[in-house]
Structures are given as structure tokens and as C-alpha cells.
Ligand binder design. Structure first.
Ligand code: OAD
Length: 236
């Protein structure tokens, strides 16, 4: 394997599956038991704030369950980043905090974070692990009932897109891990990289929607294939 000077890694729910966090699609996925329109759109929130807030309160509590820890795949990425002499950016679609708990530093949560909330009146974003209720008061502007999860819902613009596009435009390796490739703009990153002729690698349990666009694919559980791939990359 050749040495790469600028690497962008994209992760999805599959990297956290073996830590005990539910994925979204497929058998037993979150979207099997919940209607996306109802719990993951702004319209759904306006129609029934209690239902939407309760869905994300449950997700936040799931994350704090005993035994939910970063797994070997999260740890392998953090270790690789610590030792990589070039640029490294980890972009995650995940709203859990397992990458930061594993020690990743250059990390962007494009779909938001479960442990952050924001006030729709004063726009302050702040860390909070408390449940959000329809009556929750913003500690900054004191408005009640305007606090929402700092999560990107369907139809909303993901975070950090300018920086992500800049980094995709100059990277020489793009690696996609544990994502089904169903949700844009993340699902389109491989296409951007592919058009530039750079090396694109998919690490997933099974080939994703965009599998044909990757120059290389390794399939299996993330806790096996991610440490293996990044160990090989380090030896180059
Ligand atoms: P999905 O649930 O759509 O896909 C998870 C992917 O991980 C699938 O391709 C699985 O095959 C793979 N997978 C499952 N277990 C794995 C394991 N142990 N090792 C490796 N791969 C495994 O999740 P995402 O692609 O992340 O957005 O979903 C993208 C977005 O859709 C999410 O960020 C969320 C969701 O709706 C919003 O809520 C805005």
C-alpha cells in the first residue's frame, strides 16, 4: 500500500454496531420501528414535539447504558490518527460520542451530536445530557419550549459541509466505514472522490449502495476489518 498524505474517513452506524448501538436500516434497525417522517424531520417535531424529544432522549440514554464503549474499530482510527504524519479528517454521520471517547481529534459530526442541544430562539448550542422536555428552558436566553436536539433532521443541512468538501477536494485517500450509502450528501462523497481518480476504500459488513464506485472493498465486522486495514496502512 502506498503512503497517503491526506486522508478523509467517513463513518456510519455500522462502526458502532458492535458497541451495542442500533443501526438505522436493515433487520432490527431503528427505522424499522420508527417512522422517519414522524421522528426525524422538523415537521414531525412541530406536529408532536413530545414524541420527537422522547425518541432522542431514549437515544441519549442508550448511549449511557453500562457497557457501551468504543470498540476496536473506533480505537484503531484514533491510534492511526495519532501516528499519521499527514492530514487526517474523520467525518462521522453518527450522533454518538464513541469516536471522541476513543481519542479521535480531527472529528466532525455532520449529523450532529446526541449530547448537544440548541435553542431555536437564541441559537446557542450547548452540551447537555439531560432529557429535553417540551417545556425545557434555555439557560442562555431563558426562553421555554425552544430547546431541541442538536441533530440534523431529514431536509436540514448537515454541519461542516464547506470544510468537508475542501478536504475531499485535496485528499488522496477516502475510506468509508459502516455506512449503507443511502443518505446524501454523505452517500455522494465517494462519487466526488472517484471523479478525482483517488483511491477509495469501502469497509463494511456488506457492499453498500455505492459499492461499484470504490476502488477497493473489504467486507466483514468493523472490529476486524478496520484494525486490519489501518494496521496495513501504517506499515507503508
Ligand atoms: P445504516 O443503518 O443505513 O447502515 C449501516 C451500515 O453498517 C450497513 O451497510 C450495514 O451493513 C453496516 N454494518 C452493520 N453492522 C456492521 C458491523 N458490525 N461492521 C461493519 N458494518 C456494519 O446507517 P448509516 O449509513 O450510518 O441520519 O445511516 C446514515 C444516516 O441515516 C444516519 O446518520 C441517520 C440515518 O437516517 C439521520 O438521522 C439524519
Amino acid at each position: 500500500m502506498r503512503r497517503y498524505s491526506s486522508i478523509v474517513v467517513l463513518t456510519g452506524a455500522g462502526i458502532s454496531a458492535e458497541s451495542g448501538i442500533q443501526t438505522f436500516r436493515g433487520g432490527g434497525g431503528l427505522w424499522e420501528g420508527h417512522d422517519i417522517e414522524e421522528v426525524a424531520t422538523f415537521d414531525g417535531y412541530v406536529r408532536n414535539p413530545r414524541k420527537v424529544l422522547s425518541f432522542y432522549n431514549d437515544r441519549r440514554r442508550d448511549l449511557r447504558r453500562a457497557g457501551i464503549e468504543p470498540n476496536a474499530a473506533h480505537l484503531a482510527l484514533a491510534e492511526f490518527e495519532r501516528n499519521h504524519p499527514g492530514e487526517f479528517l474523520l467525518v462521522t454521520q453518527n450522533v454518538d460520542d464513541l469516536h471522541e471517547r476513543a481519542g479521535s481529534r480531527e472529528l466532525r459530526h455532520m449529523h450532529g451530536e446526541l449530547d448537544k442541544v440548541r435553542c431555536q430562539r437564541c441559537h446557542q448550542v450547548y452540551s447537555s445530557r439531560e432529557d429535553i422536555e417540551p417545556s425545557t428552558q434555555c439557560p442562555w436566553c431563558m426562553a421555554a419550549g425552544r430547546v431541541r436536539p442538536h441533530i440534523v433532521w431529514f431536509g436540514e443541512m448537515p454541519f461542516h459541509m464547506d470544510e468537508i468538501h475542501l478536504r475531499l477536494a485535496r485528499c488522496d485517500l477516502f475510506v468509508s466505514i459502516g455506512t449503507s450509502g443511502n443518505v446524501y450528501p454523505a452517500a455522494g462523497f465517494v462519487e466526488l472522490a472517484h471523479q478525482r481518480g483517488i483511491t477509495t476504500v469501502e469497509l463494511n459488513l456488506e457492499p453498500s449502495e455505492g459499492a461499484a464506485l470504490f476502488s477497493e472493498g473489504h467486507y466483514g465486522p468493523a472490529t476486524t476489518i478496520v484494525p486490519e486495514f489501518f494496521a496495513r496502512l501504517r506499515q507503508t
